[in-house]
Every structure is written in C-alpha cells, then in structure tokens.
Design a protein around this ligand. Structure first.
Ligand code: 9MR
Length: 747
C-alpha cells in the first residue's frame, strides 16, 4: 500500500499506444485474474485516467478528483487497457468504491478499448461515502486482446471525488447459479379475468394426483372450490404442473386469491377495468417513444424529456442525415418517428409492421362485431394532438408514418421510390443516454426491397383509414405506396446486409414473397384495383399455410395480409376461403393452447423461445381473436382472452411481462432513457410497456452468465442489460395494444 502519487497516462496517449496481444486463456480454464495491480499496491501502474481527472493513490486506493460541468459519463474516467477476453468465458467483475459527496454514479464498464468502443458489460451503481463492495458476473461475447476495464465518472454538474480499490476481473469462473424468485406456486393472471371469460391457473407441484383448490375473495372468504387436473411435466418449463379451471365463478371484485397445495396465489381482479386501462396504456407507450419532439410533463408526468435528434447539439441528426459512406450523395430530413426500442435507431421494416398492427387495431374496431371505435377517439391518449378532432390513435401512428415517408429515396436519385432500410448511430451507444444527449453521427443505410414493401403496405393501409380525416394526407400516402410498389417490382432483390449490425440492429430478411403479398393486399384493399387483386391472387403466399408456431413478426408479414383480406370488406374472389384459412390457423393455435398446461397458444419447435416471444404469444392470439371476429365462435374468443393470462403472470416465472400490471411485473426493460436501474433519476418504462420475454438463444452477456441451460419460459431476466430477453420494442407493444383492445371489447 504505497502512498506514492504517480502521474497517469492520459486516455488519448494510451489509446495511441501500440497494443501487444496476450495469449488468451482457453474457456473453462482455472480462475485467472485479468486486472493488473487492481489493489494499487504498485501505485497507479497499469492504470490511466482522462486528462480532466486528477488521480492518485491514497490510503492504498485509487482516488480521482472529478471536475464538474461535464455531460456524459465517459467525459471523465479512469481505467486499464490490454485486458484479454475470451468469448463464452464467464468473468466475475468486482471492486470496492465510494464517492464524496454521496449519491454520485459510477459507470463501471468492461468493453473494448479501441473503436468502436463496444460495451460488453456495464453497471452504474450509486455510491455512498462509506463505500461498498460490488460484484457481478457476465459472459464475454467476443475474443479480444484489447479489452478494457473503465470507471466512467463524468456527467456531474458539481465536482466530486471517486475512490476505488480491489478491482478484479476474474476469468474462468463458473457461470452464476441464478435462482429466480418465482413466488407462490399457484400461477394466475395477476391482473384480471373477465367476469364472463375463461379463468384458468397453473399449479406447480410434485403431486401427481388431483388436489383441492379454493378461490377466496379479498376478505378471505372461500367463494368457490374444486379440484385441480394433473397435467404431468410441462415441456416449456420442465415443471410438474396441474391446471385449475374456476371459470364458473363470475362475480366481479378485486383482490381475489387462489389457494392450492398450501400456497396462495398473487392477487387478481375479476372485472374489465384493467383492460380498458391497458388498451389505452399500451397505445400511450408510443408518445414517449417519439423522436424529434419534446415529451411534455403535463401529458406524461415523470416522463418529460427534451426532443431527441433534431440537430441540436450534442445531437447530429435527424434533420439532415447523410448516407453511410458510398451509399448515396444526398442527405435526408428524416426527423420524427418512434425510436424502435431501447436504442435510438429508426428502422423502416419494424416501423411498417408496427404501424400495421396499430392501424389494424383501429380498423378492427370499425368492422368487428365487438369493436369499439370510441376507444381511440380524439382525446383518449393524452398526446399533443388530442383535441384536433382526429382519433388519437391515428394521430399517434401518423407520427411514424410521416417518418416512413421521409425515408423514401427522392425522385431523380438512384433507386428513387425505394425506402432506406434504417437510420441509426454510427456505433452503439451505452446506457443510460437520453435521445437528446446522443452525440453520434447518424447515417442512412442502403435502401432495401423489404423496407420499400413495408412502406408500401403501411402507407396503402393508411390511405384508406385517414381519408375521412385528411384527404390530402391519404392521397399523399397512397401515391407514396404506389411509387414504392413500382420501385420494389423494379428492384425485387435488394436485401439488407445481415452483418450491418453496428450501431443498430440489422433486421435482415431474404424471403420477401410475404412482403410482396402484404403490400399487394393493402394496395388492393384500399384501391380495389384489378392489378393489385391479380398480384394477390397470383402470390404463392395467398394459399400457403402461414400460421406456424412462431406466427408473424417484422420479417414474416404474410399474416398481416391474410388477416386484412379476411376482415376488411372487399370483393376479392375467394374471400370465403381466405376467411376459412384464418379459422384453420386459429384451430391449430387453439389445439396448442388446450394441450399447454400454461394455456398459451405458443409451442415453438424444440421449445426454442424466440426473441420477443411474449409478442409471438400475443400475435398468435390475434389469429384466435380474428377467427372470433369472423365466426362469432365463443371458443376462439375464449382462447384469445385466455392467452393474455400467460403475459400477465400465469407463467413459470410468475411475472407479468407488462410494466405496471400485476403484483410482480417486468420494469427494467433495456432502454437508454427508461434506465432507472442504472440511473436513479431516470424513470422505468411507462405502465403498459411489454417486455420481449423469454429467448432461448440468450444472446446477451447477462443472460449468458445467469441463464445457461435455461428451459423455455425460464430464459428471461428482468435486467436492463439483458437486451435479448428484456427489451421494449414498438412492434411488440403493437401486439399488446391490439390484444388489450380485443380483450377490453369482450367486457
Ligand atoms: O426483434 C428483433 C428480433 O426478431 C431479432 O432476432 C433481433 C436480432 O436481429 O433483433 C430484434 O430487433 C432489435 C433491433 O435489431 C434493434 N432494436 C431493438 C430490437 C429489439 O430487440
């Protein structure tokens, strides 16, 4: 513990230093310390600091005087470079730290010391004056000799002092044994069952014979009783389970519990109010995702923030965005739209399907027997446009449509009429980061046929729905859709590069027959023109069996066409067969649901839960709901309604995947601005935000460290860093909005 004060290398000097590759330890090797001089016994040897920080060893720890007046965490830092990391190896990252005065945040990062400065793992604890020990486990996603451990301490208005000791990055540690807290073994929809709807629960138990159950009201009085049905081992969770059906009980009330096998479920309501609220909240989610506009505190208390990406420093976009080098030599004003997810990217394919599912929620309300158009009328969503006499849902979706239209290649340019695939930062940014604080260069990525067809489909659908409110906009949308359609026909195979995933997601798709079918269908439903009708009828997708286990998604859009052709009035020859094909798809989802001890219409092949599985469950439920709209058959309505139980808590983890709904709910979704878990001054996502949910492929370092070997439903963790299991996204919330509206309509 020498008290020597050593001058540290500046960050820039260090980055410029040539780096020597160290031999990488093989995976599964002995535990090996990767940090040199983490105890600071040799002063500051091997450590660097940024030039605005005065750092030295004091009482055997490294202490840094941090200046006030910086903006970002990374504007002031201390760290160590040349740390080797091995892909797939698990590391324990630990340190002791304190801060004076209290409550300053350190962003502790394990990442890449050279451009593009990827972050592999990060935490942002709030420090006390007395200090704490911190320890985390993660799995390295890549091999590199240029790893870095850094403590980012910028972003404070006032100066403060940061001290750190016993910094360790231990490689070769066993993956953490993570035990989720799953609470009582009686699993229910933690929000509400409809009074006249199905009421099912799942009991996790070792018992193999039927057990008695009791339904209790809020006062603890038993109001119904029965016996469970043993269901054996559930493949989606590996648990031995029973199912419980208490659907004969129909009394409205709050605070019911279900008791079985000595366990009491989390409380739930029998009623409809929660779905009226969820229908609005799931749609209100979009206002706070908006880019290019300040979010107003009076409209969303706790969520106000400055406008993002309007070209106001430190932002560089999106009012005048260049292409990636070599892609084009014009610039576009592509301000507005919604941020896709927890990142600041804006993607046309995902924008298109999100617009479709929200507009279809609106369109269903116009045509379905239980539709309630008033639910989305002017004034229902508390947005800046409320009061303009246009249904609020149309106003909200128009924010995205205007952005999609701006992404179209202008006339006179190469590939005119096509749509740029996406627009996002040059490199990935870290968390937390308000949209208005993003300093990165924004770039347009090449046009693709998929984006062009998404734009055509969404704009064509918009043309028929906005016409009663704004004829000029409807005409503009239809013209853009026609132009896009023609451009896609002229360039049918311009694909997104699946490796174009730096700074934003790739959204690659090489099968575009479904996108052609969808765009043709929307153009036909809007115009009734023979040319589009013939395209629909000639598409091989028109008669294909499209209702598979993983349903529809941003890249599988055939169902969008089929559902609309089945429900939006038209003179399509063979429309009855189209309607029957939807009912056949629903029959299959109903069979899956009946077989499933958790009562969900989702059983993916080999039990591999997809990225965004919670919205897959909901989209399969949309097919059930549509079959009800077509046939009036109660079994389809009940199947659709019952699917909501899984999302709202009747699942292996006993968690509701919707923020603010259910006693235990997902609320740490991966997001740069709802980053409360990292930055206490920021909010959690707003109520009504759907989490992506279990993803068997566990594609992020936190999931890889904690969920190794997980079975289906268990491949999830409510951690902000688990972007592959716990993100929020505009397409996923659209599925929630659509199903919440359907269920509310059944009350
Ligand atoms: O939802 C997308 C999922 O289907 C893909 O498997 C995954 C990997 O390509 O990307 C998901 O989309 C993400 C996008 O790439 C970037 N913004 C966040 C999206 C949700 O996680």
């Amino acid at each position: 513990m020498k008290r020597r004060r050593t001058a540290l290398l500046s960050l820039t000097a260090l980055l410029a230093t040539a780096l020597t590759a160290l031999p990488a330890a093989p995976a599964g090797a002995e535990e090996t310390e990767q940090v040199k001089n983490g105890t600071f016994d040799n002063g500051t040897e091997s450590w660097w600091s940024s030039s605005n920080v005065t750092a030295g060893v004091e009482d055997g720890r490294l202490c840094a005087d941090v200046p006030g007046g910086t903006t970002n965490r990374w504007d002031a830092a201390v760290g160590q470079n040349d740390i080797p990391l091995v892909a797939g190896e698990t590391y324990r990252f630990s340190f002791q730290a304190n801060g004076t005065p209290a409550d300053h945040v350190v962003r502790a990062v394990v990442g890449l010391s050279v451009s593009p400065y990827d972050t592999y793992y990060e935490v942002s604890p709030q420090l006390s004056v007395s200090g704490n020990s911190y320890s985390y486990t993660f799995t390295a996603p890549v091999d590199t000799a240029q790893g870095q451990v850094a403590f980012q301490v910028g972003g404070s208005a006032e100066p403060w002092r940061f001290c750190v000791d016993d910094v360790s990055l231990l490689g070769g540690v066993p993956p953490e044994q993570y035990e989720p807290d799953t609470g009582p073994r009686v699993r229910v929809n933690q929000v509400a069952y409809l009074p006249s709807g199905p009421k099912n629960a799942t009991l996790v138990t070792d018992a193999t014979t039927a057990l008695p159950w009791q339904l209790k009201n809020a006062g603890g009085t038993v109001v119904a009783r029965g016996t469970s049905v043993p269901r054996g081992v559930d493949a989606s969770s590996g648990q031995n389970v029973h199912s419980i059906d208490f659907g004969r009980y129909k009394q409205r009330g709050e605070g019911y519990t279900l008791v079985a096998d000595g366990e009491t479920s989390r409380p739930f309501d029998i009623g409809t109010a929660a779905y009226d609220k969820l229908r609005a909240d799931a749609a209100k989610y979009y206002y706070t995702q908006r880019s290019g506009i300040a979010i107003r505190e009076d409209l969303r208390p706790g969520y106000a923030r400055p406008a993002g990406h309007l070209g106001v420093a430190p932002n560089q976009g999106d009012t005048d965005v260049p292409c990636q080098p070599g892609v084009c030599d014009y610039r576009l004003n592509a301000a507005g739209g919604w941020y896709d997810a927890g990142d600041h990217g804006k993607y046309v394919v995902n924008g298109g399907i999100s617009v479709w599912e929200l507009l279809s929620t609106y369109e269903r309300a116009l045509h379905a027997r239980t539709g309630t158009p008033a639910a989305f009328r002017d004034g229902t969503l508390a947005i800046p446009e409320s009061g303009n006499k246009v249904p609020d849902l149309l106003d909200e979706v128009r924010w995205e449509l205007e952005f999609l239209l701006k992404m179209q290649v202008p006339a006179g340019q190469p590939l005119a009429g096509m749509a740029h695939h996406k627009l996002h930062d040059e490199n990935w940014t870290g968390l937390p980061l308000l949209p208005s604080d993003d300093p990165q260069k924004r770039e347009l990525h090449p046009p693709t046929t998929a984006a062009t067809l998404n734009l055509a489909a969404a704009a064509a659908q918009a043309a028929r729905l906005y016409k009663p409110y704004d004829r000029a906009f409807a005409a503009r949308a239809l013209a853009a859709a026609r132009t896009a359609w023609a451009a896609a026909l002229a360039h049918p195979d311009v694909y997104a590069d699946e490796n174009d995933g730096v700074g934003g997601g790739a959204y690659p798709d090489r099968d575009l027959e479904d996108e052609f079918y969808w765009a043709a269908a929307e153009l036909y439903l809007t115009t009734g023109e023979k040319g589009f009708r013939d395209q629909v009828l000639a598409s091989p997708v028109h008669t294909a069996d499209i209702f598979g286990p993983t349903g529809f998604d941003w890249g599988r859009t055939a169902a969008a066409a089929r559902l609309d052709l089945a429900t939006v009035p038209s003179r399509l020859p063979g429309r009855d067969q189209v309607r029957r094909s939807v009912v056949r798809g629903a029959d299959r989802y109903l069979a899956t649901l009946k077989d499933h001890p958790y009562g969900m219409p989702y059983a993916p092949a080999n039990n591999v839960y997809d990225w965004g599985s919670s919205h897959q469950v909901l989209n399969n439920a949309v097919v059930l709901a549509t079959a009800y709209d077509i046939t009036g058959g109660a079994k389809y309505r009940d199947g659709a309604v019952q699917s909501m139980d899984y999302v709202l808590g009747r699942n292996a983890l006993n968690i509701s995947y919707v923020t603010g709904y259910g006693e235990v709910n997902a609320h740490n979704q991966h997001s740069r601005w709802y980053a409360h878990q990292l930055e206490p001054s920021l909010p959690n996502p707003p109520a009504g935000t759907l989490s992506g949910g279990p993803n068997s492929s566990i594609q992020d370092p936190v999931a890889q460290a904690k969920l190794q070997g997980c079975v289906g439903q268990f491949c999830y963790i409510d951690d902000i860093q688990s972007w592959s299991t716990n993100e929020t996204a505009i397409n996923w919330n659209a599925a929630l909005a659509r199903m919440a509206a359907f269920v509310a309509d059944q009350g």
